[in-house]
Design a protein around this ligand. Structure first.
Ligand SMILES: Cc1cc2nc3c(=O)[nH]c(=O)nc-3n(C[C@H](O)[C@H](O)[C@H](O)COP(=O)(O)OP(=O)(O)OC[C@H]3O[C@@H](n4cnc5c(N)ncnc54)[C@H](O)[C@@H]3O)c2cc1C
Length: 425
């Protein structure tokens, strides 16, 4: 049996590793000269910057991605990060970091609340695991339950960091699925070698199992015969296959087989594609001689103007920076209406960093913005339609087709695992 994978991002490589392990002849087509998509390292003066991700696995060494990596015998070490912290301003009446701050642990997020609201949180933590509350989105639910500014800011900071969305764009059901997964799988971790540590390990498995990766080879069309995927066009050649897995998200995949999808029986699929809005963000990479965050966990910054959170992965793997240096990376969500003002958004992010790290010395290494064809997420969490397409033997994996409650690459892994169950039983 022959499988073709379109795109060598994380979802494509995970699928290829699994299929090649069970005897499929696997060929991967990647338009770029590099492998790994938005999950690989970019070496800049000895700092391991990245094509997307901040070298963090949301559920660390016990999450769905690590489980799948173990299943395919990919040799990569993943270390649990320190507990996340939240940077709190000292002045409640006029809160900003310029006037001083203190850090609290994430699991003590309720401490700034009134006694009444603390009690309510304690009860909700127990009750919502059994009976999921209903409601449209996280922000509306918080306003309805608490009317508390602090919880709203924290929710925006958490959703901005983990999903590159504001809390009013996160469906309530999806938020509680994510929280349940945090109980089930635990907190974040960092792979040794960063994102590329994972990608290199997967590549080694695929090659050892006889698979092939063609870089600089763009797929221009998916061939469909009698409602079934039969092959692809890449370069000037046709490649036939029994199974095709696309790592491009549903919308880009549909474009590659648009002639076949013109049939009106597929109208509902096209209608659903309109809902799939990518999420956008800005990453700022800093170099410092002394630690800025001071631990390997995430630092959430709910009172910053734009920055949602920051990490410093060199506490886990010092080789992600030159000897004696630290690599610190911030992430900020971009609201759709601000995409036309990228420069302003970047300036606000840089101003935030000065306030978050007053008096500290650092150098800005790189500023990257992610949107449209190279976004933070291809589909906002909780809205994608899963891994199947209306075409038989054509599946979609990656962050445009995640499992429910799957944060970022953990969602990619959940989606690949679900796809493999459908294909292999
Ligand atoms: C700023 C930022 C920070 C992030 N931080 C984190 C984080 O810390 N932790 C985390 O878990 N996640 C994070 N993410 C998300 C994570 O990077 C992505 O969810 C994940 O990498 C997406 O993988 P994918 O499987 O969808 O593949 P993609 O990365 O989308 O790869 C798809 C590949 O397909 C190729 N391709 C496209 N069209 C064609 C074609 N026609 N023919 C051949 N090849 C084609 C592309 O070149 C690409 O290489 C972050 C993302 C960004 C942008």
């Amino acid at each position: 049996m022959k499988a073709i994978i379109i795109g060598a991002g994380l979802g494509g490589l995970l699928s290829a590793a699994k299929l090649s392990q069970v005897g499929y002849q696997v060929e991967i087509f990647e338009r770029l000269p590099i492998t790994g998509g938005r999950f690989t390292n970019l070496n800049y003066r000895g700092f391991q910057l990245s094509s997307g991700a901040l070298h963090t696995l949301p559920h660390g060494p016990t999450g769905p991605l690590t489980q799948l990596l173990k299943e395919v015998n990919a040799d990569v070490q993943i270390i649990r990060s320190d507990q996340p912290t939240i940077r709190m301003p000292l002045e409640k009446s006029n809160p900003n970091y310029r006037k001083g701050f203190k850090d609290i642990f994430f699991n003590k997020f309720f401490t700034p609340l009134s006694n009444k609201d603390r009690l309510k949180i304690a009860l909700l933590i127990v009750s919502t695991r059994k009976n999921r509350p209903s409601g449209s989105n996280l922000k509306a639910w918080i306003i309805n339950q608490f009317k508390d500014e602090w919880l709203l800011k924290l929710a925006d900071s958490f959703c901005g960091w983990s999903l590159s969305l504001k809390s009013d764009n996160v469906p309530l059901e999806e938020f509680f699925e994510m929280i349940e997964n945090m109980y089930r799988f635990g907190g974040p971790g960092v792979p040794i070698g960063g994102c590329k540590g994972v990608i290199d390990a997967l590549e080694a498995v695929i090659i050892a199992n006889g698979g092939r990766i063609y870089n600089k080879t763009e797929v221009s069309k998916i061939i469909v015969e009698n409602g079934r995927a039969a092959g692809i066009f890449a370069g000037d050649r046709v490649y036939e296959a029994n199974l095709i897995i696309s790592n491009l998200g549903h919308a880009a995949t549909a474009l590659l087989c648009s002639e076949a999808l013109l049939d009106k029986t597929y109208a509902s699929y096209f209608k659903m594609l309109e809902l799939l809005k990518p999420s956008a963000g800005i990453k700022i990479c800093l170099a410092a001689d002394e630690p800025l965050v001071g631990h390997s966990g995430i630092l959430l910054t709910p009172y910053a103007k734009r920055i949602n959170g920051i990490n410093e992965v060199t506490h886990v793997d010092p080789n992600l920076a030159p000897p004696g240096k630290h690599l610190t990376m911030s992430h900020q969500h971009i609201a759709p209406e601000n995409l036309k003002n990228l420069r302003v958004e970047i300036e606000l992010g840089l101003e935030d960093l000065k306030e978050i790290f007053p008096g500290k010395k650092y150098k800005v290494l790189l500023i990257q913005s992610y949107h449209d064809g190279w976004p933070v997420n291809r589909a906002a969490s909780g809205l994608d339609p899963g891994n199947e397409t209306p075409i038989l033997e054509l599946y979609v994996v990656g962050d445009g087709a995640k499992g429910k409650g799957g944060i970022e690459i953990e969602g990619v892994a959940l989606g690949v695992a679900a796809t493999m169950t459908k294909i292999l039983g």
